[in-house]
Write a protein that binds this ligand. Structure first.
Ligand SMILES: Cc1ncc(COP(=O)(O)O)c(C=O)c1O
Length: 404
């Protein structure tokens, strides 16, 4: 086999641009392995991963419990279709229900697929129980996924514009504007859908008490409450599900991201009232496959075994304080938003993308969901020492940006 001379061999970026559709703004780094909260790139540099595959790698990288579960399951059954029962699927469903509220589960493969299923459930419920109502009231700044229904629920013109017509029946009100929400619910509404903390818009939490008022409003007006816990779930905020901090439960909940610890999986939970699917209404070839479910079981078990909900609060609060204190040291930090290990650092200027690049140079991975926000959604195994290291590196990155 002949090897191309160095001069004509493609760089990684050139190969990617020739082979992969142009949908992501990638950082110029190729990751090859990981361990705990660290990943290693092709040049052998160690990077502290404060993004965790965007709130996915909750156990970090190459966690022994997840590796073992995947290896054992791969040696037995990887896929069966949903025409048969498998034990991992039932065990995961049991764990999900036990962690959340009285419900039954539909398993799928991603966050957007969970959103689609939730929309279908709500619409079927509206047809049956609310005189044919099919409208869904969503929030500005929300992100529910990229497939057409989820995109219609996601009020971001830039994401939507090229793909119209989108499914009809979605309206949007300002996040945290409960008067506008009350006004938007009418006879055509079957559900209200929102994230307890908006992630993609830059980590914006609901105001204290707002979720309880939204729950009460949905009850008064007899519409379903759908909570998208794709990003806030799986212990990230210090409870299994962010809504549990408020002592209320939704009628429908979606989750994905951290559920498989990096293996693609999503889920919809429906309380008895909203559990209206019948045979033939919905399905997914890969959804709830034994490999992904074994991963989900291992992740949920390890979160319990390693007390990662408590860790998310302890280390999250510590990290939040350390990041806040950067402001006092003259760094361009305005404030820190979020809860547990879901943090948004509000900057004083539109330099988030420059900071992410500088941070990479300093060996820490952070993400910039908006020009003025850094997002940190690291693995839930993060320690205080890791947090110190991340802040040290971030401090150096800020200095690099300030130095121009
Ligand atoms: C809150 C929320 N919902 C849904 C999604 C879509 O998930 P996926 O990318 O797995 O389709 C995301 C992804 O970022 C999300 O943050």
């Amino acid at each position: 086999m002949s090897t191309a001379p160095e001069t004509v061999r493609d760089t990684t970026a050139e190969r990617a641009s020739r082979l992969l559709m142009d949908t992501y703004a990638r950082q110029p780094v190729t990751l090859v392995s990981g361990s705990g909260v660290w990943v290693r790139d092709a040049e052998g540099r160690e990077l502290l991963d404060m993004v965790g595959g965007i709130a996915v790698n909750v156990l970090g990288h190459a966690h022994p419990a997840l590796r073992q579960a995947l290896q054992e399951q791969a040696a037995h059954l990887v896929h069966t279709s949903n025409l048969y029962f498998t034990e991992p699927q039932l065990e995961l469903a049991q764990r999900l229900v036990d962690s959340a509220f009285e419900s039954r589960v539909f398993l799928c493969n991603s966050g957007t697929e969970a959103t689609e299923g939730a929309i279908k459930l709500a619409r079927k419920w509206g047809r049956r129980e609310r005189g044919g109502a099919t409208g869904i009231v969503c929030m500005e700044g929300a992100f529910h996924g990229r497939t057409l229904g989820a995109l219609a629920a996601t009020a971001n013109r830039r994401y939507q514009e090229s793909f119209r017509p989108l499914p009809a029946g979605f309206t949007h009100v300002r996040f945290n504007d409960l008067e506008a929400l009350a006004a938007a619910i009418d006879d055509t509404t079957c559900a209200v859908m929102l994230e307890p903390i908006e992630g993609e818009s830059g980590v914006h939490p609901l105001d204290p008490g707002a979720l309880q008022r939204i729950r009460a409003l949905c009850d008064e007006r007899d519409v379903l409450l759908i909570l998208d816990e794709v990003q806030t779930g799986m212990g990230r905020t210090g409870a299994w599900w962010a809504h549990q901090h408020d002592g209320v439960a939704p009628d429908i909940m979606t989750t994905a991201k951290g559920l498989g610890g990096g293996v693609p999986i999503g889920a919809i939970l429906a309380a008895p009232r909203a559990d209206v699917f019948e045979p033939g209404d919905h399905g997914s070839t890969f959804g709830g496959g034994p490999l992904a479910c074994a991963a989900g079981v291992a992740v949920m078990r390890t979160i319990d075994d390693e007390r990662l909900l408590e860790n998310a609060v302890l280390v999250g609060d510590y990290l939040s304080e350390s990041l806040t204190s950067l402001a006092a040291d003259g760094m361009p930090v305005d404030h820190v938003r979020g809860r547990g290990l879901m943090l948004g650092v509000g900057l004083t200027r539109d330099i988030a993308s420059k900071v992410t690049t500088a941070a990479l140079g300093r060996g820490v991975i952070v993400n910039a969901p908006t020009p003025r926000t850094l997002r940190l959604v690291p693995p839930l195994i993060l320690t205080r020492d890791d947090a110190d290291e991340a802040v040290r590196r971030l401090r150096a990155a800020f200095a690099d940006v300030e130095a121009g």
